[in-house]
Ligand binder design. Sequence first.
Ligand code: ADP
Ligand code: MG
Length: 725
Amino acid sequence: VESGMEEIPVKVAVRVRPLLSKEILHNHQVCVRLVPNAKQVIIGKDHVFTFDFVFGKNSTQEEVYAVCIKPLLVSLTEGYNATVFAYGQTGSGKTYTIGGDHIASAAVDERGIIPRAIQELFNHISEHRNINFCVKVSYIEVYKEELRDLLDLETSVKELHIREDEKGNTVIVGAKEFQVECADEVISLLESGNAARHTGTTQKNEHSSRSHAIFTISVCQKQSAQYQKNTDVAQDPIASKFHFVDLAGSERVAKTGNTGERFKESVQINSGLLALGNVISALGDPKRKSVHIPYRDAKITRILKDSLGGNAKTVMITCISPSSLDFDESLNSLKYANRAKNIRNKPVVNYNPEKDRIDEMELEIRLLREALQSQQVNNQHLHDLNEEKARISSLEEQLTRLQVQYFSYRNCVDEAFPFLVDLNDDVSLRRSQRDRLQSWITMVQKVRKEALTIQETDTGTETSPVPHHITILQLKRELKKCQILQNQIKTLLQEKEEQQDFLKEAQETQRLQLKMKLEKFTDVKALDFSSAYEDGAAVMAFARRPYSVPVTKNLLRPLHLTSGTEIQKGYTSPPVLSLAQIMAEFHVRRQIILSKLEDQDKVLHHCLSDQSDEEEDNTGSEEKTSYKHSINRTWTQNHTSLYFLPDVSDIKRQVDKSDLSNKSALQTDTTTGEEIDSLQKIHVFNMQKLKNSELRLAEAEQKIRELALNIKKKEELIKELVRTG
Ligand code: ADP
Ligand code: MG
């Protein structure tokens, strides 16, 4: 069988390209699949084909080259002719696979067969300095059964003829052959040929899908003269060539609806591809020696005659689109390739649909099993990774513990060392004791020296993990401190609130006292007021206004203003009247303050309860909540205090003013005046206290904000340090 295989000149490969992005975009379905490890292709539900080589959508250019073409290149250097065809419908990947286009611009991995073969040929040449190589290239095109020289457009079609020399080699008379010295030269010639192929046609693809392009490398090798000296027999030069053929699109073979010029064209393309198919299948016939090989039927087969058959090696790569929209063309291509293939000992059973279905299911099972396996491998990886992470963190913990231990030991030694040195000098020890102490001291000194050098090398290398751990430890300690401080601030805040409550209570009692006094006072002076002053009744009504009625700011503001004008009026009035006015004014003032205090508390309470609701959905950690909380609270309190403080000074001003007028008023009622005075003093004192508290509160809040920011920064730093390991 092996020797029989050796004789078979044509190997058939099938390459199924992946779906192109535009096909994926249009939701094309795949209708061609490979059977793993079986060199088989399934198209649709029930068509299975077996080939010499099968390449799937994930096959690489390198893989295709290494499997199919490398052996041909070896043959070439041994003196055999070789040919590679790319067959298939337009857009199936012929040019991509042959690699005849966009060579210079293509990424190295994406390069197709031609540039790879050229590279390898020149590598071979440079490795065999004892042989003189002569490499020539030509590039021709067969379009409508006419030849065109792509390397020399001046050459007219009529000047090119296919001849056979006396040895049976095919020669294209008139075709330009360029001698080349390196791979780059070949590639630039190829590129210029491609450019020529594109001229004269508006659409390159339209043209290339109807013409065959044949790029040929001819190699002539001869033993160098210096190596020939020793041998008596002069060796003949060896000549061989390699054709790279990008065939016309195969789709027109199946389509017979074309008429006129197109019909002629399609017939001509048909004839070329059909002739090629016939030649290839005849070559694959085991009894081919007795079979007529129809080379003369088409130009393409005539040109390739010496590369098809004999000792020549040929690979046909059938390119297939996987899209279900191309099902007909792909099936035809596979049938064509099947006709050319030489494997006759493995008849493909595709008549039994049930068997096919079983095959398909088996394939699916196999694919699923493979997927499962890779999944398991992935899971294993994940598991390993987690274990690794756990190990690292436990090691880190261990390291930290050891570091702590190390520090404490070092501290002990550092403490003991000077003491024992002193002891060594002062106390009279026994000789053995002294020796032991001395040796201990030397040991410590040695260890210290070593530690110092280690530390130096440590600090020298920045990648050492130890400083990071220490930094993390320090940062963690600082974070703890910060948290403790935060707690302290919280208790401080609580105290502040308690103090405020206390203040409020004090004010309440003061208010009640004042009320009692005022009632006593106004009962006595009521008559005077109503008779001497027009709107005295209104003032009285207001002065007696029950405190339980909430006084809104909007209501208070105009009252505040009118009371201001009343004071001015009061200065021009008799002393008794002015005292009453002052009292009323004082009363109004106090009420404003109290209502503001109440409002402030309400706002605070409202704000706090609101916030907790709000934050439920947008906070992650508790710390963050408290952080935000404190910020918000700060804002509210600052806000209220800003708006409260001017009032305090305002009140003080008012108190000073009333002091002035009180002096005259006191002449008539000293006792009440004194009491009011003391009450006012208490009030001022309380206000001062409140102000101080607020200042302290503001300071504390500022500190909290700073600390919170600090904590946040440090947390981020720790996270970053942990993340970067
Ligand atoms: P043909 O020469 O048969 O008309 P092309 O070689 O021009 O087809 O290929 C058509 C398109 O498909 C091109 O864009 C090409 O890059 C892409 N293509 C072909 N084969 C493959 C493959 N194996 N992998 C990725 N893309 C491919
Ligand atoms: Mg092409």
